[in-house]
Unconditional design. Sequence first.
Length: 156
Amino acid sequence: MNISIGIGYDIHKLVKGRKLFLGGVEIPYESGLLGHSDADVILHSVCDALLGAAGMDDIGVQFPNSDKNLRNISSLILLERTFKTITEHNFKVLNIDCAVIAQEPKIGPHKKEMIKAISKILKTNKINIKATTNEGLGLIGKKQGIACFATVLLKK
């Protein structure tokens, strides 16, 4: 069996006047993440982990922020395109594990819906999303941003 592991990381700044999307789900909150797309750090880190495990260029190369067609695009579409790319190279997703770092909002109440949105695209129910705070430290601890690490296990 040919298996490979990938890791992804993303961080975006929180700003007023934007909707907050995490794991493909709109989360009610006073701020949203700033980015060229919807800035969904969970889906961006998952895309990077998938691409890395498949030995492909990262999300910034695949979906550059210089592409005007990607402006404000849903990261669910980026995940669909990433999944299509890796499956065309005969990869199957075995497992995904995410660690979201956010002082606010609380992630727990939205985890099931996030996992459902991701598993629908990736055709697996082996998805885990965990959350932690930054204990008030740094820009995440000061509620100025949200980050996410993701690991992926693929089989070819």
